[in-house]
Design a protein around this ligand. Structure first.
Ligand code: ADP
Ligand code: ZN
Length: 606
């Protein structure tokens, strides 16, 4: 049972001591310490930190430092439950108050709260704003309000929740209680909205770097997407948890079935499934090792699983921001993780066509076109992937991260001015009605029946591109599309058209450098950034097996017992005594008491 702290006995404990004793960590990350000290001193704070940056500790530790209960507002019930379980596993008196509780548990929780036995209480916003809850809170001592996923207050965002707007009332109702608002969405407008609605009385803003150095970004060309995905998982992520994002429900089903046939535990997830089915799949993803979820964008928000080792995109995401958020679900534990994507010329044509046929207002359409352009520019980028990603957060990056495809295998570029002009004039001469396949046939001088019947073998551009092969022309056309020199015809027949932008290129006033499409390279890689563990080794398997058994016994996800990073550190340190074990990162006092003997026994038996 967690040790409960009565309210009459406030614990003013040092933040560092709590970090080590309760959470088992040696040092704060980034600006965690400053944030914690600010809130512990009773001031408001706005925290912008990427997914996996370590936001939770920013309110959990001050809640332990200040007398009273810390109230955490979160819109996501599954996430609350996980966080509470993780806290309890560290010996913190935490609970949830939401609509999923039975009457008796609710009463007990309320009683615990009133009598000051809770250190942290998680509540959904609609529950918190109920008059009865507010009354209850008025009768308690409160340490702080933490408003998680604070971007939900933004009416412009995808995650807008009207109740979040009403959270502003907390200021009048509980003027003495500091508020900390946290989010991983950091654009200026959202930031301003959060401050205006949730922290109108001010507060310090803390903006962390949005870089995720442990994530390796890779963008490749699609030729057989599923086979490419399978070989990527097979080579680098056997037995790992991962998310595969697909555009449609049908594709999530097909992809999962394909991976399943190939021996992976893969499950589809999309909005067409019943709530129960979705919950069950999410639970398996969280509770088992090595489940791959093939999902539409409906999946991910509110999943706090730290050991997702890869996020794959089989279709282009909506925008660079969406891509960054989706890929950000990989590697929250700080260990190496992959953001892997493949796309093709056909994908660009398809999206551009959908946009052209959209009935949305013109301003919206323009926004979407710009979004796609930025995304394609990112995909086709020949330099380090991080500067274009981080520029979305107004952050500069040196441009040599050493952990993206372009840094690891710098792509070759070539002067494609001549080729581009040939391609563009061929599109023009054939009447701007034909798709890439036909245009390439004309360029190559393939005298097919269709070409002959159209008289395209008599065009001046017939055969002018015989110096390159089909693949090279595909690459040229794709990049011209991505760069906006070409566009699919709005009628949606897949024909390519010139745009205004290609004029200077056609006139010979502009040069273009295009990248040579990479040939996939095989790579081996280590498990940890600092620690290298052979994940096939029996020792690693034995520790993981032990963890899985304990987790299943307790009905919690394995990472609640110990993170992979902690298991890896244990294997590296090979502690023989409890004292030595307590030095390992991620082993706090409570877990030491609970599992210390077990772990030492497992190690002794290896
Ligand atoms: P966020 O909510 O920002 O996405 P979390 O709070 O879930 O991130 O933290 C991500 C992971 O990093 C968690 O597994 C957490 O235990 C770990 N973590 C946070 N702070 C530290 C730290 N100072 N040292 C080591 N690990 C940390
Ligand atoms: Zn790089």
């Amino acid at each position: 049972m967690p040790s409960l702290t009565p309210a009459t006995e406030p614990v003013f404990r040092h933040s560092e001591a709590l970090l080590k004793d309760v959470f088992g960590y040696d040092c704060f990350r980034g600006r965690q310490r400053e944030i914690i000290e600010t809130v512990a001193a009773g001031d408001n704070a706005l925290v912008l930190m990427p997914t996996g940056g370590g936001k939770s500790l920013c309110y959990q530790i001050p809640a332990l430092m200040r007398p009273g209960t810390g109230i955490v507002v979160s819109p996501l019930i599954a996430l609350m439950r996980d966080q509470v379980e993780a806290l309890k596993a560290n010996g913190v008196a935490a609970a949830v108050l939401n609509s999923s509780l039975d009457a008796q548990t609710r009463r007990q929780t309320e009683q615990d709260l009133l009598e000051g036995r809770l250190q942290l209480l998680y509540i959904a916003p609609e529950g918190l704003l109920r008059e009865s809850t507010l009354d209850l809170l008025r009768r308690c001592r409160l340490a702080l309000f933490a408003i998680d996923e604070a971007h939900c207050v933004s009416q412009w965002g995808h995650d807008f929740r009207p109740e979040y707007l009403q959270l502003g009332a907390l200021r009048e109702r509980f003027p003495e209680v500091p508020r900390i608002a946290l989010t991983a969405t950091a654009d200026d407008r959202t930031r301003a909205e959060i401050s205006r609605h949730l922290l109108p009385d001010g507060g310090q803003t803390f903006i962390a770097s949005f870089d995720r150095p442990n994530i390796r970004y890779r963008v490749g060309l699609k030729n057989n997407a599923r086979a490419q995905l399978l070989s990527f998982i097979d080579r680098e992520h056997r037995g790992h948890s991962g998310i595969v994002y697909c555009f449609s429900r049908k594709k999530t089903e097909q992809t999962a079935a394909f991976l399943y046939q190939n021996g992976l535990t893969a499950l589809p997830y999309h909005a067409g499934l019943s709530a129960d089915e979705r919950q069950a799949r999410q639970d398996r993803f969280i509770g088992e090792d090595g489940v791959v979820i093939c999902a539409t964008i409906a999946f991910g928000m509110g999943i706090d699983k730290p050991d997702v080792r890869f996020v794959a995109h089989l279709d282009l995401p909506r925008s660079v921001e969406a891509y960054y958020q989706e890929t950000g679900r990989a590697g929250r534990d700080g260990l190496p993780a992959d953001a892997w994507m493949v796309y093709s010329l056909a994908d660009i044509v398809q999206i551009r066509q959908m946009q052209a046929n959209s009935s949305a207002p013109e301003t919206q359409q323009r926004l979407e076109r710009e979004r796609l352009e930025a995304l394609l520019a990112y995909c086709e980028h020949a330099g380090c992937r991080r500067p274009p990603l981080l520029s979305y957060f107004d952050e500069d990056h040196s441009g040599t991260c050493g952990n993206c495809d372009n840094c690891l295998h710098p792509p070759e570029t070539w002067d494609a001015t001549e080729a581009a002009r040939k391609a563009l004039s061929c599109v023009y001469r054939t009447g701007q009605r034909f798709g890439a396949g036909h245009v390439i046939d004309v360029l190559l001088g393939n005298a097919t029946e269709r070409i002959a019947s159209l008289g395209h073998d008599r065009l001046s551009t017939f055969g002018i591109g015989a110096d390159l092969d089909r693949k090279a022309w595909q690459s040229v056309l794709r990049q011209l599309l991505a760069l906006g020199h070409l566009q699919p015809d709005p009628a949606g027949h897949g024909g390519l058209q010139l745009t205004e932008r290609c004029r200077p290129l056609l006139k010979g006033e502009q040069h273009v450098e295009l990248r040579r499409d990479a040939i996939p390279v095989r790579r081996k890689r280590a498990f940890g950034s600092r620690i290298e563990i052979d994940t096939e080794s029996p020792d690693w398997q034995a520790l993981r097996q032990w963890r899985l058994e304990i987790a299943q016994e307790q009905g919690v996800p394995p990472y609640v017992i110990f993170h992979d990073a902690t298991l890896a550190a244990i294997l590296e340190a090979r502690p023989q005594t409890r004292d030595e074990l307590s030095q390992v990162t991620g082993v706090g006092q409570h877990k030491l008491d609970k599992y210390g003997t077990d772990v030492l026994n497992v190690l002794a038996g290896l």
